[in-house]
Design a protein around this ligand. Structure first.
Ligand code: APR
Length: 226
């Protein structure tokens, strides 16, 4: 079976009602990254950071997978599909994808801010000041700016072994994750689906489908099965 990698960003969850980051109505238009998404922010104002992620967890809980998530899951019948996502929601899993790598963590998991090696499932708010067993504070299992991306090594190997590589709904602005799109082996067929494609897509030889994710994925499935 041909190996196909989907590299997804916030744009694939937009049609499920979840905000992106850098669109005009994106999260970073309303929040300062340095106040809610860095280790320093956590040290300075744990409650604000906790509430920012509690709000995103509540939104993710209410959201449903959309046709783009579902079409990716359905391609598992014909391809060895792996999803490498920057998203912290669980919409790929809920759509039926069985191999999902979360580069930036998962909103439905939490850990101690001391020893983060143990993960705990969490579906509701983490109360402010909640403590872990090791005496640390409980925080969302999300990769903040400036923190290591533990799954990067695994993602790189997956990408270098791909026959087809598809970017869906990412502005490709955040590294090291975005670097995956530039580390493809020569001759790998590559597509980019985005309603407002990043200009760099053409430089890296992507076949661009300038549509929203649900429509672009329908076109891609026709192309792949054609
Ligand atoms: N269909 C397809 N693409 C869409 C749609 C849609 N309905 N809506 C938005 N997009 C596209 C935008 O044009 C943009 O290129 O999705 C992309 C979203 O880009 P960002 O908001 O930057 O999200 P993302 O690339 O996932 O950000 C990467 O940045 O803040 C960090 O950790 C955060 O994982 C996130 C990372």
């Amino acid at each position: 079976m041909e190996k196909i990698i989907f590299f997804t960003g916030a744009g694939i969850s937009a049609e499920s009602g979840l905000p992106t980051f850098r669109d005009s109505d994106g999260l970073w238009m309303g929040y300062d990254i340095n106040e809610v998404a860095t280790p320093d922010a956590w040290r300075k104002n744990r409650n604000l950071v906790q509430e920012f992620y509690n709000m995103r967890r509540r939104d993710a809980l209410k959201a449903q997978p959309n046709q783009a998530h579902q079409l990716i899951a359905r391609l598992e019948d014909k391809f060895r599909v792996t999803v490498i996502t920057q998203n912290i929601d669980d919409l790929h899993e809920r759509a039926g994808s069985t191999r999902v790598v979360h580069l930036h963590g998962e909103i439905f998991k939490m850990k101690s801010d001391r020893d983060g090696s143990t993960l705990y499932d969490i579906r509701e708010d983490i109360p402010s000041g909640a403590r872990a067993k090791d005496g640390g504070y409980l925080r969302p299992h999300v990769v903040w700016f400036g923190e290591a991306v533990p799954e990067m090594e695994r993602a790189l190997h997956l990408v270098q072994d791909a026959d087809i590589f598809v970017v869906v709904g990412s502005s490709l602005q955040v590294y090291p994750a975005a670097g995956l799109a530039h580390s493809l082996s020569f001759g790998v067929r590559r597509f980019l689906i985005d309603r407002n494609p990043p200009p760099s897509a053409v430089d890296y030889g992507f076949e661009v489908i300038a549509k929203k994710a649900t429509e672009g994925m329908a076109d891609l499935v026709n192309l792949l099965e054609g």
